[in-house]
Design a protein around this ligand. Sequence first.
Ligand code: ZN
Length: 484
Amino acid sequence: MKKILLPLGLFCTLSSSVWAWDQKPNHYQVNIDPQAKLAHVQANLWLDGDELAMFAVSPTPQLKNGQAEFIKNLQVRDQSGALLALQDKGEGEYQVKGDQRVILTYQVKLNHDDYDWPAGKEEVLYHTGEGMLASGYSLFLAPGKKMHGETRVDFALPSGWQAHTPWRGNGGHSFTAQSRRELLNNVMFFGTARAEDISAGGIKIKLVMGKQYWPQRQVFVELIEKQMQTYLQMFGKAPLGERFMLVINQGDSGDGGAFSGSFSQYLKGHGDLASRPVWGRVVAHELLHFWNGLSLTPRDGNEEWFKEGVTDYLTISTMSKNGLLSRDFVRQFLENLPRGQVAARRLMGLKGTVRQAYQDKHRNWLLVYGGGSIAALAMDVKLREASQGKSGLPELMRALYAEFGQAGKSYTLDDLLRVARQHSGLDLGPLLHPIISQEGIPDLHDLYARIGLQLEQYGMLENYLLPKNGPGQAMFAQIFGAPY
Ligand SMILES: [Zn+2]
């Protein structure tokens, strides 16, 4: 008899339902009708527990069940084909007898873009003249508790359409997602839009672009290659994950959303060289999230400022060094930081600290991104001063990534401070405290003087930056690549 040895810890974490699982992969067949108004979904999956769910639904005043309002004719059967009783608990949660293999059939109405969404249509579903973008959250009902094994997804599409996903391809319109997160937390594009595969920053990137951007694709590819190379050097190794996909289409909000292996970007305008500081900054910011945000993850929302603000600051400084942003744009960014804090506190009356601001991220944008960028600049200057310019925030990111850039690991503020102390000998706590943990407007005159800038503020919103002679000018050049 073969004796099976299991590591001791495994006994404690495996629930009985794992033993019940039949070890077979899950399967979804998604047929999109010729007008792309309706998706017919048939799924065959192991249901662990009694809950089927559409994840990440955002209820709105018009749609109280959010994305789940678009599901029609949901039926669940067991292996023998018998219908199972289904209880709709609202907001995309359904109770049904589980711990068995089930067959789901349902339709999804594909007119999500007739409605407004808190995070924007680009994170939900939209149509263009060349096809349709959908997030996994909008199409797939999945086991609420746990999803075992891989999931194969086959698409049948309107004639002439291609399927683009960040998943492993099986040929044709067939793909395999490794986990529930990979299945749901991604966007797909179906249609005639063109796609290009790029290798950059240690990973493969599929770029899917609307046709008005295609003639400028070299400008996009150059930006992506330069920034990804810089990020790879900064973090010392590739992000977690092997395949990423970028979908770029025209949309007036200019917003984007990052998913586990993909991001969906709306751009204003035509993506030309003249407007590169605007669209390029957004694209470069999202690319940096493959490391800071997706691979290096905070334990909770309190460190959203580090995820967003540090990402924004490093986006600006690296794009400037790579010659992708003018000095003028960097000056405007630096003028906007103090202005943003005054606007946030005195005009908008935002309360709470920068750390707490994640609780209403869209409204508190100036605190999360702006406050976080100020914290990043303050840390960068402090680290460079203490090391005579040998080491700054990029080197701290590398040290953090070495320890926390692993699946299943996340950091806290204490972790950030500890790694900074081990890395530089500095306690960044007293520096960060007034910026991120106290409610108020940080005084930036001294910080700006140390990067060679004299900050002049008039009234509530007029800010001017004048060059100031002294060692700060060398500091500015270290950070942004050339003197002010
Ligand atoms: Zn971001």
